[in-house]
Write a protein that binds this ligand. Structure first.
Ligand code: THU
Length: 162
């Protein structure tokens, strides 16, 4: 038996002032998107903003439904929409922010497992890493280079061909 070890690294910033203007702007767009989320059941509002290789910015937020599983996360709506509108354009960055009705979110909010798997698919397709920028309503900012950090041992399309 051997132990396989993995090293993950995340860049953490204390303040928005330390960020590149482009990253700050993208986070701002994600925060604004969260404001108009349709989340009457969880009262948890997530915003996502994608920066595409062609400079286009796509924003989305979570959409809930009385039949709970029919709703969808902000990240997947953003990525699916990007793929429908710009199927051949790579995703450079994804900023995610969240707020809640009944409490303050002061830590970065990472994407859920299903969103990580979907992001992994597009990252594999485009053969370039997606930078993920995370922030709550306030507090520290985390920047992650590529989905593998969030989803080690991910399921790849190649597994289907073995
Ligand atoms: N949510 C997202 O939009 N993204 C995530 O990565 C985690 C959760 C949404 C789904 C649901 O509408 C609400 O947040 C509470 O789970």
């Amino acid at each position: 038996m051997i132990k396989l070890k993995f090293e993950l690294s995340i860049d953490e910033y204390d303040s928005l002032k330390e960020l590149k203007t482009e990253d700050k702007f993208l986070l701002e767009r994600a925060k604004n998107a969260a404001d108009s989320a349709y989340a009457p059941y969880s009262e948890y509002y997530v915003g996502a903003a994608l920066l595409l290789e062609n400079g286009e910015i796509i924003t989305a937020n979570n959409q809930e439904n009385a039949a709970y599983p029919s709703g969808l996360c902000a990240e997947r709506i953003a990525v699916f929409y990007a793929s429908t509108q710009f199927p051949e354009v790579a995703i450079k960055k994804l900023a995610i922010s969240a707020k809640a009705k009944n409490f303050k979110i002061d830590t970065p909010v990472p994407p859920c497992g299903a969103c990580r798997q979907v992001l992994a698919e597009y990252e594999t397709k485009q053969k370039n890493k997606i930078e993920i920028i995370l922030m709550g309503e306030s507090g520290k900012i985390q920047i992650i280079q590529g989905i593998e950090t969030l989803l080690p041992l991910m399921f790849h399309a190649e597994e289907l061909k073995k």
